[in-house]
Design a protein around this ligand. Structure first.
Ligand code: DGJ
Length: 366
């Protein structure tokens, strides 16, 4: 009897060990665009419409914390932060900016819309500065404001400062006299006094430390590139309109070989559409359109995704990852991430689908 019992015990131990070994996958070693992406706790990463800050040899990914179902597209939690040393394995660092739960009139009350958060570090003030697209609770997408928050520590907590419509009372550098005339559908002139609409957005810090806020303005018809003050907290009062009537959103900007590159999308709500790219010698333009950077199957839908950020790699100069979202508006938390290496051909950024890839693709500079 004893023998049988110890036999059973050995068998049970073997099965338990075997199963737990099979269930505990080791660290990730590759990217699998569009698939579930478990963090180091095994939970699908929840940082949509995100961007990445490199700080002290670590990558920090900030993004929209989405919740279950359709209402999960609104902000019920806030902006989440993850950290990683290798870009494959991400540790959940918690909620960097929390929605306000006890004040329904607060700008970032639970149920408002907080999208596309981006964080940059200001070396002069020692502060981490977060900007995001804010829509007020119950007002759909009509508020079109930019929210600003700051923190002393990269992972937060971020303290909400205010929201604004950028560049109130300021004409863009490249506005013509005709642009300044009020008329039907002249949204630039309509919003001159109160500030320009600011929806999809990103931030870009140039080599000289100057930072820019790039946002969809004029009912999404035109993008603005707007200089920030030296503390990165406000628009500095200098901006240009780019791609007027181009109807673009999801902007990203990066710098390669001394040129400024743009990748963005068209405007079709949560549905994917073809990406657009452009290049300029100065961030102020003129910007020359380069067409859809995607090639191959599903190029016309950006491989079923929409741009959110272009990440320049640490310690690998001139290597960039295109980051995009595959939205799942019916169950927002299930949104997926599409990350692809940017290749360059004839000074044009090119994106090609890969089922699975790792950073070794940059060893030969794709
Ligand atoms: C597309 C934008 O890029 C997203 O950030 C979000 O605002 C959706 N539209 C909402 O429909």
């Amino acid at each position: 009897m004893r023998r049988i019992l110890s036999g059973i015990l050995v068998f049970v131990c073997f099965i338990t060990l075997h199963t737990s070994a099979a269930e505990t996958p080791g660290p990730l070693k590759s990217f699998k665009p569009g698939e579930l992406w478990p963090d180091t706790d095994g939970v699908h990463i929840n940082a949509h419409g995100g961007g990445i800050l490199v700080h002290e040899n670590t990558y920090y990914w900030f993004g929209e914390h989405k919740t279950e179902g359709r209402r999960g597209n609104n902000a019920w939690v806030g902006v989440r932060c993850y950290s990683s040393k290798d870009l494959y394995n991400w540790k959940n660092e918690g909620v960097a900016l929390s929605v306000v739960k006890d004040d329904p009139s607060h700008d970032i009350t639970a149920g408002s819309i907080i999208e596309r958060p981006k964080v940059i570090y200001n070396a002069k003030t020692g502060k981490f500065v977060m900007w995001f697209h804010l829509e007020l609770r119950g007002k759909g997408y009509t508020a079109a404001r930019a929210g600003v928050a700051v923190a002393d520590k990269v992972t937060g907590p971020y303290q909400y400062l205010y929201s604004l419509r950028p560049n109130a009372g300021v004409w863009p550098e490249n506005a013509t006299e005709e642009d300044k005339q009020r008329g039907k559908e002249n949204f630039l002139a309509r919003d001159f006094k109160g500030g320009q609409m600011s929806r999809d957005m990103t931030l870009f810090v140039d080599d000289d430390g100057k930072a820019y806020h790039i946002y969809s303005a004029e009912e999404n018809y035109t993008l603005n590139i707007s200089l920030l003050t030296d503390d990165y907290l406000k628009p500095a009062g200098k901006y240009v309109r780019v791609f007027p009537r181009g109807h673009m959103e999801a902007p990203t900007i990066f710098k390669h070989n001394g040129l400024y590159y743009f990748i963005g999308s068209e405007c079709t709500g949560w549905n994917p559409n073809p990406a657009h790219s452009a290049v300029a010698k100065s961030i102020w333009g003129p910007w020359k359109e380069l067409g859809n950077p995607c090639q191959g199957k599903k190029a016309e839908t950006t491989f079923d995704s929409q741009s959110t950020y272009v990440l320049p790699l640490m310690n690998k100069p001139d290597c960039f990852i295109f980051m995009a979202d595959r939205w799942r508006p019916q169950n927002a938390i299930d949104g997926r991430y599409v990350w692809l290496p940017i290749e360059f051909e004839d000074n044009r950024p090119i994106l090609r689908w890969r089922d699975e890839w790792d950073l070794s693709v940059f060893d030969s500079k794709p």
